[in-house]
Write a protein that binds this ligand. Structure first.
Ligand code: HEM
Length: 407
């Protein structure tokens, strides 16, 4: 007889608002679960950490990028063509080549050198906001900071930035495990084509006037014309850096600030000692990660937790569930910014471990320290029922209104 299926519905709006009870139920009842769609779902920390390091799990199994919506005709859609050429969805040897080239330009030294610039950007934003006594944390702060930082790193001129600073938001639906509507697909494709048109202009500029930026560095590699980086790969990977470089960090700050205020004692702790900001960032990454899942395909039959994953099967790793696994963390459901030995799954693991983790941590640390120092009396409005965007892979708020008293 078949075991009863856990009630787990990714499409449920209640799941978007708070996925953690569903994660806990699944982890307790069926930690290696085959959904009715035939996709495996992992919720335990150790299973996920091991799988991400296991090169028997791949993205491009049999030419099908690791994502159920991405088969057949969808593969020809501009969005999936582009995503499929980014390192994020490539396997070795392509992944090794692409990541190697980008990593050579995106060095730890380059990131650390951004520190004073990130501090300047944070202070300038808060100088403008503080006298107002209110802001939408997402629109006015947490979106702007990483956009400015990634524009600086990619050599995007100041005069071109307005479009990215105001309206532009990554859809995120393209990397969800649930299918997009035609209207969403059209919108995502239109964004991809607009992005491509903009980057073509940027490449032309940086070929003529190279700077000390990532785009110029990657164009140089491409211009060596020895087949190391094709034009399409260049577009795909610069677009990946641009999108991954801001959307996720926006939500680290948004989700993190919400978590700190919902657990006010933790905000008070940070206000009392802003030097806790770096450790707070690790815990906030764990507690409510801006990336909740990733997926792979088995290239051979593999056993996990007593279950037989067959060659070609898809596996979703719920990073957000692993992060709250009681086997990995004591009081895993509790936010504690002084927690020791936090190793969140939020940046993934194995060969695809987030290339921007150091930058994201730095931006987060500087942002939380500055917020706690400069706006210690901040209060969030509508904290109990904030507006979440309807995406599952990326966990993110639409708005987060905040107020404070102005002296
Ligand atoms: C809080 C912020 C961030 C989070 C939670 C995050 C999360 C992740 C995760 C989970 C992956 C691995 C996905 C997988 O294995 O399928 C990843 C990959 C990646 N991230 Fe991030 N990221 C963040 C910020 C950034 C930033 C700031 C950048 C760049 C400026 C960046 C660039 C990348 C790139 C290029 C990859 C692909 C690496 C590869 O495939 O080898 N990320 N990120």
């Amino acid at each position: 007889m078949n075991a009863p299926q856990p009630a787990f519905n990714l499409m449920d709006p209640a799941f978007v608002r708070d996925p953690y009870p569903a994660y806990a139920m699944l982890r307790a009842r069926a930690p290696v679960w085959k959904s009715p769609m035939g996709v495996w779902v992992l919720t335990r920390y150790d299973d996920i950490a091991k799988l991400l390091k296991d090169q028997r799990f791949v993205h491009d199994f049999d030419g099908a990028i690791s994502d159920p919506r991405n088969r057949g005709a969808l593969r020809e859609e501009p969005v999936y063509k582009q995503l499929g050429r980014s390192m994020l969805l490539r396997d070795p040897p392509d992944h090794t080549r692409l990541r190697g080239l980008v990593a050579k330009a995106f060095t730890a030294r380059r990131v650390e050198e951004m520190r004073p610039q990130i501090e300047r950007v944070v202070n300038a934003l808060l100088d403008g906001l503080a006298p107002r006594g209110k802001m939408d944390v997402i629109e006015d702060f947490s979106h702007k900071l990483p956009v400015i930082v990634i524009c600086d790193m990619l050599g995007i001129p100041e005069e071109d930035r307005a479009q990215f600073l105001t309206g532009y938001r990554v859809s995120g639906r393209a990397i969800d495990p649930t299918p997009m509507t035609q209207a969403e697909l059209d919108q995502v494709n239109a964004n991809i084509l607009a992005g491509r048109a903009y980057f073509a202009k940027l490449f032309e500029l940086r070929r003529k006037e190279p700077g000390d930026d990532l785009t110029s560095a990657l164009l140089q590699v491409q211009d060596e014309k020895d087949g190391r980086l094709s034009e399409d790969e260049l577009f795909a990977n610069i677009s990946l850096l641009f999108a991954a470089g801001h959307e996720t960090t926006t939500n680290l700050i948004g989700n993190g600030l919400l978590a700190l205020h919902r657990n006010r004692d933790q905000w008070d702790k940070l206000v009392a000692d802003p030097s806790l900001a770096a450790s707070a960032v690790e815990e906030l990454l764990r507690y409510d990660s801006s990336v909740q899942l990733t997926s792979r395909k088995a290239s051979v039959d593999v056993e996990i937790g007593g279950q037989e994953i067959k060659r070609g099967d898809e596996v979703i790793c719920l990073l957000g569930a692993g992060n709250r696994d009681p086997e990995a963390y004591e009081n895993a459901e509790k936010l504690d910014i002084t927690r020791k030995n936090v190793r969140p799954l939020s940046f993934g693991g194995g060969i695809h471990t987030c290339l921007g983790a150091q930058l994201a941590r730095l931006e987060g640390e500087i942002a939380f320290r500055a917020l706690a120092t400069r706006l210690p009396g901040m209060r969030l409005e509508n904290m109990d029922n904030p507006q979440w965007k309807p995406t599952i892979t990326l966990r993110r708020l639409e708005h987060l209104p905040a107020v404070w008293d102005v002296a």
